[in-house]
Design a binder for this molecule. Structure first.
Ligand code: P6P
Length: 337
């Protein structure tokens, strides 16, 4: 009898299929993505039952950003650090939840060629209200000497140096979306077999969209040229005659997953409260900028391409304007006017 599960490729089958077509590939990236997917499955279980057990609520600590850390944040961070430390493909990590890099510094890890930067559970302020949240990651080839412990400069690379980037969205379904320079592909978790299965092959971000995503509550804090562009969006008439729609969930992964799939523009400009922007460059903006550009979209800080920003510190922040190519082009026209 035909095996139903052979109808779609699992994440592992897909990454191995990709690896087989790349000369001199070692399979380390496939193994790394499998490790991250394992952590995501474990995080997914806790996110899905968060309302039932005492895992909601504050862990009583604050992270490097000075934000109160939710217990699920801590759990998610531990899962990500754990699978990467015990795998064979990662020399060390940088996490939104940890002040400094974690150098794994064991014989196998020191031989690994990648380092990973991640936000283990972004949007965690939404956990208590059941809004979709997510994990975001970026994979870099280390530049320090293989065989030795990784170093800070392995992490302070521009987003252009990413080998792969991805996110997991814990929503109405759980999806693992990742990009290499070869394309962006989405995998939906099939709980019946516990595998992420290819559901969105070769994702392309539409060149235009009907949705703009910005926190209107900060309007008074935006620069005049940003206000002008938001006013344009509020009064724009679509080609079919209707107005645009505004959607802002307060969860970057949810807002950007929608923007990637449906098209549109997401704006998180600098404000007087956050003069450097709120979103973090290395493990929020760079991964999504990489994914969006591979999918045909664009991502800018307003003054330069996100992927070209040279980081100064691990937890740098940046304003971000990201999404459909044509909408970003129009936006930059106003920002640079
Ligand atoms: P605000 C969540 O805390 C987050 O980092 C992103 O996921 C989200 O896009 C943004 O902050 C929302 O911030 O200030 O609009 O609530």
């Amino acid at each position: 009898m035909f095996d139903r599960n052979r109808q779609v490729l699992t994440l592992d089958e897909f990454t191995i299929q990709q690896y087989r077509t790349i000369p001199n590939a070692t399979g380390e990236l496939s193994t790394l993505l499998r490790d991250i997917a394992l952590a995501a499955k474990r995080i997914n279980v806790e996110v899905n039952k968060a309302g039932l057990v005492d895992i909601i609520g504050d862990a009583g600590t604050t992270n490097v950003q000075g934000e109160s850390v939710k217990k699920l944040d801590v759990y998610a961070n531990n899962q990500m650090v754990g699978v990467l430390r015990h795998g064979i493909s990662c020399a060390g990590i940088c996490s939104e939840e940890m002040d400094d890099i974690v150098v794994f510094n064991d014989e196998m890890s020191n031989k690994s060629k990648y380092v990973v930067m991640f936000d283990p559970l972004d949007g965690s302020s939404n956990i208590d209200t059941n809004v979709s949240i997510g994990t975001i990651f970026g994979v870099y080839r280390r530049i320090s000497e293989p065989g030795k412990p990784c170093q800070l400069n392995d992490f302070l690379q521009s987003g252009l140096k990413q080998v792969a980037a991805g996110y997991v969205v814990y929503g109405s379904s759980t999806m693992f979306v990742y990009a290499t320079r070869r394309g962006v592909n989405g995998f939906t978790l099939d709980p019946s077999i516990g595998e992420f299965c290819l559901s969105h092959p070769d994702i392309q971000c539409p060149a235009d969209g009907k949705i703009y995503s910005v926190n209107g509550g900060y309007f008074s804090q935006y620069k005049e040229n940003v206000k002008k562009f938001i006013n344009v969006l509020q009064n724009k008439t679509r080609q079919d005659g209707g107005p645009l729609t505004q959607r802002f969930t307060g969860s970057m992964v949810a807002d950007l997953h929608r923007t990637l799939i449906k098209g549109g523009i997401f704006l998180y400009p600098l404000t007087t409260e956050n003069p450097d922007g709120k979103l973090r460059l290395m493990y929020e903006c760079n991964p999504f900028a990489f994914i969006m550009e591979v999918a045909g979209g664009n991502a800018s800080s307003g003054s330069q391409r996100i992927l070209e920003i040279i980081p100064r510190k691990l937890h740098d922040r940046t304003p971000i304007f990201i999404g459909s190519k044509n909408m970003i082009e129009e936006c930059l026209g106003y920002l640079n006017s």
